[in-house]
Design a protein around this ligand. Structure first.
Ligand SMILES: NC(=O)NCCC(=O)O
Length: 376
């Protein structure tokens, strides 16, 4: 347990087992081709910044005709450094300092693609359903302060950075979106994706802050591989994952903000299943900590954001989950050639019958649709 009374790490419970049991349990749960990756220099810096770090390597198979396409990703999870009600400029500056530290650790770890959690540059205040001051955090995806700040770091470290923010489109009526901006390793904005599915569950009723995304399922071709972003609640929608795969994604990031009482039993399943079903790598990233908001003369605690970042390969093997309570950078290295190798092995894409489902779905959306139930 941590000082907050929260379990520090779910997967480390297995370390309490006898060694021979641990080996069996980890083989069954994680698969056999994930090894830890030594990151000595990055570990030293991480320690000075009080940020946890863990590294993993997915072992790939060599091919006759294609050279390996190794890539290293960094998945950063963090708490708010200051209470949610801190004036915006101070909160943002503290978050920028934390981000700068995390990215410098990632650079030491030779990370090529770095991804933050959802709405990383602000308190997760959507659950308050108050507009002020939270909407003031919204900013332009292309030219807002957070994108500008990260463009410089991306250039400096030759790193692709995925920047998930509350976007304000000032040109089109100040409309807000929940957006991931992809900044390439030269510091240019390659594009953006707007969250497709808005949660309407419990306190996560975010529909009054931003609109359903209108960017489809873009895949961004970077120098380090073809990537896509499925933002938080979109992970509950298998067709959302499917479309990123159809558009050619090799890695799909899932920047999230979700709490234990709501979703923790689902967490280890959805991104993992998506990797298996769609033949790509998935990277699940979640916020950390407990954010307490003053509301109507009381304090509202929305629950514990449980971190637990993890990475899954197309064959279903995965890293252990990261800390439930601490700021941390999960680094994973893998060969993108694995995607095709697993597709060839299992044939899920070859057998998926998109034509059949396209016809069935065309019928299912008709107002006079009758479910295909055979009765006696
Ligand atoms: N931010 C967000 O979409 N949260 C919804 C909760 C969940 O999907 O677990």
């Amino acid at each position: 347990m941590s000082g907050s009374g929260e379990l520090e790490n779910l997967d480390r419970i297995f370390d309490k087992l006898a060694v021979e049991d641990q080996i069996q349990v980890k083989r069954i749960l994680y698969g056999t081709n994930v090894k830890s990756l030594d990151l000595p220099e990055a570990k030293d810096i991480a320690k000075t910044y009080n940020i946890e770090i863990a590294g993993y390597h997915f072992m790939g198979k060599s091919e006759h005709l294609r050279a390996p396409r190794l890539v290293r990703i960094g998945a950063f999870q963090n708490k708010l450094p200051l209470p949610p009600t801190t004036p915006i400029t101070d909160q943002r500056n503290a978050l920028y300092k934390l981000a700068e530290n995390a990215i410098s650790i990632a650079a030491q770890a030779k990370v090529n693609i770095f991804c933050f959690q959802e709405a990383w540059n602000m308190p997760f205040a959507f659950c308050t359903r108050e507009k002020q001051p939270w909407c003031e955090y919204a900013e332009s995806a292309e030219s807002g302060p957070t994108t500008k700040f990260l463009q410089e770091l991306a250039r400096q470290h030759n790193m692709v950075i995925i920047n998930s923010i509350l976007e304000r489109d000032e040109i089109h009526g100040d409309v807000m979106w929940n957006t991931s901006v992809v900044i390439d390793n030269h510091g240019d904005v390659l594009g953006k994706h707007r969250k497709n599915h808005i949660p309407r569950v419990g306190d996560f009723n975010e529909s009054m802050y931003y609109m359903e995304g209108n960017t489809g399922h873009p895949v961004f071709e970077t120098e380090f591989g073809k990537i896509a972003i499925n933002i938080c609640y979109g992970r509950h929608h298998p067709l959302n994952w499917l479309m990123f795969g159809i558009n050619g994604a090799e890695i799909v990031f899932n920047p999230s903000a979700t709490i234990g009482n709501l979703s923790e039993p689902l967490w280890g399943i959805e991104a993992r299943n998506a990797a298996i079903a769609n033949g790509y790598f998935t990277v699940a990233i979640n916020r950390v900590g407990t954010e307490v908001y003053p509301m109507e003369d009381t304090l509202k605690n929305f629950g514990h954001f449980y971190g637990s970042n993890y990475v899954t390969a197309p064959d279903g093997s995965r890293t252990p989950g990261f800390s439930r309570t601490k700021d941390g950078l999960l680094v994973a290295e893998f060969d993108l050639n694995t995607c095709r190798q697993v597709r060839d092995h299992w044939g899920f894409q070859m057998t998926q019958r998109l034509d059949l489902y396209a016809r069935s779905l065309q019928n299912a959306i008709k107002p006079d649709f009758v479910p295909q139930i055979i009765r006696k």
